[in-house]
Design a protein around this ligand. Structure first.
Ligand SMILES: Nc1ncnc2c1ncn2[C@@H]1O[C@H](COP(=O)(O)OP(=O)(O)O)[C@@H](O)[C@H]1O
Ligand SMILES: Cc1cn([C@H]2C[C@H](O)[C@@H](COP(=O)(O)O)O2)c(=O)[nH]c1=O
Length: 239
């Protein structure tokens, strides 16, 4: 057999570091539920065991090639896009002599279904553990294609337990896209933005529409009600 050694197996063939079968694990939830934080915690715990990981992201909120969490943690990551072949990416690391025992994949909702199948191939054929973190649904409450494929093929699927609260206090599971203060239901599936309004730079003479996201409970997502903070205190009736 030719070609580089599988990612998780050191050149010596010593499998002691990875005795259990590899898994594809998917953690999902709405925006702001702690996905990136958990991704960095998993990486921290795995690397403390002497395992070597590769972190992947696309369109991180920091606008940099990194995984960043609102808790304040951040770690450099490889920026991927829809054209990235994830098997080739990992094989490239092997070819450089870098071990890859596990992958941390943030913003996994943006993966194509084919890329999710590549992750499954890395698990099954090369014993790479994959930890993927992503949004459950888009602003229209529909599964992202990458999320759907992960739900179909992952060995283990967990909804993240940290509750994000709607403005009314109920658990918020759905993401609203807010454009210039109005909740919208039409538009491109992917519009990278944060949950807080982005300040428009004073020097910018032609600012585009201001886009941010807000997590709502199902009732207020259906009603399209962003709550008193969005409309100004006291302007909307409380439920
Ligand atoms: N100042 C803070 N102190 C404690 N926790 C915080 C703070 N700011 C944000 N968080 C936590 O960070 C979570 C968001 O984490 P993050 O990993 O950025 O979310 P996601 O990747 O799902 O959008 C919030 O739900 C909240 O629990
Ligand atoms: C709902 C929704 C979100 N997005 C974008 C917005 C953010 O850039 C990311 C999610 O970031 P987080 O780490 O979960 O906070 O996804 C999008 O493009 N389309 C959507 O419908």
């Amino acid at each position: 057999m030719s070609g580089p050694a599988p990612a998780s197996v050191p050149a010596s063939g010593d499998r002691r570091r990875s005795p259990a079968p590899a898994h594809l694990r998917f953690f999902h939830g709405p925006m702001d539920c702690g996905k990136s934080t958990l991704a960095l915690q998993v990486d921290h715990n795995q690397s403390r065991q002497g395992r070597s990981g590769l972190l992947l992201t696309q369109g991180d909120r920091s606008a940099r090639p990194q995984i960043s969490s609102r808790v304040g943690l951040a770690h450099d990551a490889v920026e991927v896009d829809a054209a990235t072949d994830l098997v080739l990416l990992v094989r490239g690391r092997w070819a450089e002599g870098t071990r890859v025992d596990y992958l941390i994949v943030d913003e996994a909702q943006f993966l194509t279904p084919g890329q999710v199948d590549q992750l499954a191939e890395l698990v099954d054929a090369s014993h790479v553990d994959v930890y993927a973190f992503g949004l459950t649904t888009d602003f229209r409450t529909r599964l992202f294609p990458g999320t759907q494929r992960l739900l179909e093929v992952a060995d283990d699927v967990q909804r993240i337990q940290v509750e994000v609260l709607c403005w009314c206090g109920a658990p918020g599971l759905l993401n609203a896209r807010v454009v210039d203060g109005q909740m919208v239901r039409e538009g491109a599936t992917v519009v990278v933005a944060d949950t807080a309004p982005t300040p428009v730079p004073e020097a910018d003479p032609t600012p585009g529409p201001e886009v941010h996201y807000q997590v709502l409970c199902r009732r207020h997502h259906v009603l399209g009600q962003l709550g008193p903070t969005a409309a100004g205190p006291g302007q909307l009736e409380l439920p």
